[in-house]
Ligand binder design. Structure first.
Ligand code: SF4
Length: 399
């Protein structure tokens, strides 16, 4: 594992306060980083500028990685001066970059309020997948997820979400003339439930797919939800990205335990909504990705696999099996290799495409379900969870 620390951020103990102060001082300026093309055009209209100026600036930011207006050589001097007075391009700050032996790269990104979110880049052959966070922590409390145990602080802004793509692409030299295409896929599967931060997530995903921004194919941008059905029902009006469902259980009784939002929006309601979403897509061969985290002795038995096969019988899906990745403060264990293989075989025999997600970046705690960041938890759930966990341990944890 290679660790890169931003020396400026790490040497000053008051960095967090300084960052917050700078955010406050610059709050009178409009941050253009998270603006959709439509919002940017509207902003330039308020300056009395034509639409094409917005498109020029959009390209400078997202295709060439500009973080100041002086670099924008095809924008007139007078407009650059105007923009300097009222606008800025401000990405969140990378405080640490961790490189795994397997090529996975994790960014620890400071956002205001002393919070840190995590973004993970996973290279695989000619693909580079970026796992992007949408919230600081998560207000849902899935029992197998490190983020859920951290509690919740706030939604990320659109600039903080698309900023993660901007940061990763820039770190691989992508945002330059003829730069390599490093980020080929994006999954909204990092910290947070994307559909609970609907507007900012939609704006950011649309920038990822926009030809004047990152230009990633709609088949390579995926939103993953644990099942916020009312928001999923609205989604097709705003985007045509791919959809993944965090299912993790073949029946409501078990899913109520693993994914508590299921008590409000049970499986049948969720699958109906997901099917309506793909039915609304212009291309009609879409499949829903079903994510199923396999936890030893919890949801990994052959009868669970048979029940899952039956449940999804009439739903166009591909199934992604994810071996549970252990984290501190969790009693769950990783599925055994035998159980994993058997579970997969049952699904394949039943006619499904069932793949196993390879664990990547576990030497830097970047594997699926392990993202935690630093969350100033306003829900106090992290304290309650830690106390509950300690009660179950034979030896007391100190520190
Ligand atoms: S799995 Fe997703 S929705 Fe559930 S707690 Fe973790 S981040 Fe939130």
């Amino acid at each position: 594992m290679v660790e890169h620390i931003n020396p400026i951020a790490e040497t000053a103990s008051e960095t967090s306060a300084a960052v917050d102060a700078s955010v406050a001082n610059s709050s009178t300026k409009v941050n253009l980083l998270g603006m959709s093309e439509a919002k940017l055009i509207a902003f330039f209209e308020t300056l009395g500028e034509p639409k094409f100026r917005a498109v020029q600036v959009l390209k400078w930011i997202h295709q060439l990685g500009a973080d100041n207006f002086e670099d924008m050589t095809n924008v007139s001097k007078s407009l650059r001066a105007k923009l300097n007075l009222c606008a800025e391009i401000r990405a969140p700050e990378v405080i640490k970059q961790l490189d795994s032996a397997d090529g996975t790269r994790k960014f620890l990104i400071r956002v205001s309020g002393g919070n840190v979110v995590e973004t993970v880049y996973i290279p695989e052959g000619d693909r580079g997948t970026l796992c992007v966070s949408s919230q600081v922590g998560c207000s849902l409390d899935c029992s197998f997820c490190a983020t859920g145990k951290q509690g919740f602080n706030r939604d990320l802004t659109a600039a903080e979400i698309i900023g993660q793509v901007w940061i990763a692409a820039k770190s691989f030299g992508q945002l330059a003339v003829n730069g390599p295409r490093a980020v080929t896929n994006v999954v909204m599967m990092g910290m947070g439930e994307p559909l609970l931060n609907f507007d900012n997530v939609v704006d950011s995903m649309n920038l990822m797919m926009h030809d004047n921004a990152y230009g990633i194919s709609k088949r390579r941008v995926t939103l993953s939800t644990s099942g916020v059905v009312p928001q999923l029902d609205r989604l097709s009006q705003y985007t045509d990205a791919c959809l993944a469902i965090s299912l993790h259980a073949p029946n409501d009784e078990l899913r109520n335990e693993l994914v508590p939002i299921n008590r409000k929006y049970p499986i049948a309601m969720l699958l109906d909504s997901a099917q309506r979403y793909i039915a609304d897509m212009p291309d009609n061969h879409r499949k829903i990705t079903i994510e199923y985290t396999l936890i030893d002795q919890v949801n990994d038995r052959p009868h669970h696999a048979h029940e899952l096969a039956e449940l999804l019988r009439d739903v166009p899906v591909k199934i992604n099996l994810i071996p549970f990745n252990p984290f501190n403060l969790s009693n769950y264990k990783r599925v055994s290799n035998n159980a994993l293989r058997k579970f997969q075989d049952i699904l394949i025999e039943a006619g499904y495409i069932a793949t196993v997600r390879t664990t990547r970046g576990d030497d830097i705690d970047a594997a699926c379900g392990q993202l935690a960041g630093t969350v100033n938890d306003i829900t106090k759930r992290s304290e309650r969870h830690r106390a509950r966990f300690e009660e179950t341990q034979p030896i007391k944890i100190i520190g």
